[in-house]
Design a protein around this ligand. Structure first.
Ligand code: FES
Length: 160
């Protein structure tokens, strides 16, 4: 058995620690992009998209016409089909107004009452006028009006 001088052992230990530290840094540098790639969808905001509501000419003269539709949306890693319901009304000047049926109180679906010319929410009795403003009940704000556009004769609504 040979005796290694103490100075040589210290140098060998220092070398081992240095190599482990360099290896750790290289591993960390390689892992950060992979972890970022794996978890980034959770932090990405869902992008809004335009959804086809139908042929604009066929909706001319519509007065609070209920339209149900589905669209696919990516939320994090998962892409799902979502169902929505809106009221479409022709403003008479070539533009349309689209009201979300989701009540601004707690999310029940509002209904258009043609006879009373107002929206009604069956859950807690909210009443909105024909412009979506709160007339009665607990909602803290008016009904949501969704962005719309007509392109190539098709009426689109913007969904998130
Ligand atoms: S959810 Fe519509 S009034 Fe409460």
């Amino acid at each position: 058995m040979t005796d290694v001088p103490e100075e040589g052992q210290q140098r060998r230990t220092f070398f081992k620690i240095g190599m482990a530290a360099i290896g750790g840094l290289i591993g960390l540098a390689m892992a950060i992009p992979l972890v970022g790639f794996a978890i980034s969808p959770a932090f990405r905001k869902a992008s809004k998209k335009w959804v086809d509501l139908g042929i604009a000419d066929l909706l001319k003269g519509s007065r609070y016409k209920k339209i149900n539709y589905t669209f696919s949306a990516k939320d994090g890693w998962v892409e799902t089909n979502k169902r929505r319901s809106v009221y479409v009304t022709d403003q008479g000047d070539g533009t349309f107004q689209v009201y979300s049926r989701v009540c601004s109180h707690l999310g029940c679906l509002v209904r258009w009452d043609e006879g009373k010319d107002q929206f009604f929410c069956p859950c807690h009795g909210a009443v909105f006028d024909s412009a979506g403003n709160v007339v009665a009940g607990p909602p803290p704000r008016p009904m949501d009006k969704l962005p719309v556009k007509v392109e190539d004769g098709i009426l689109y609504v913007k969904e998130s």
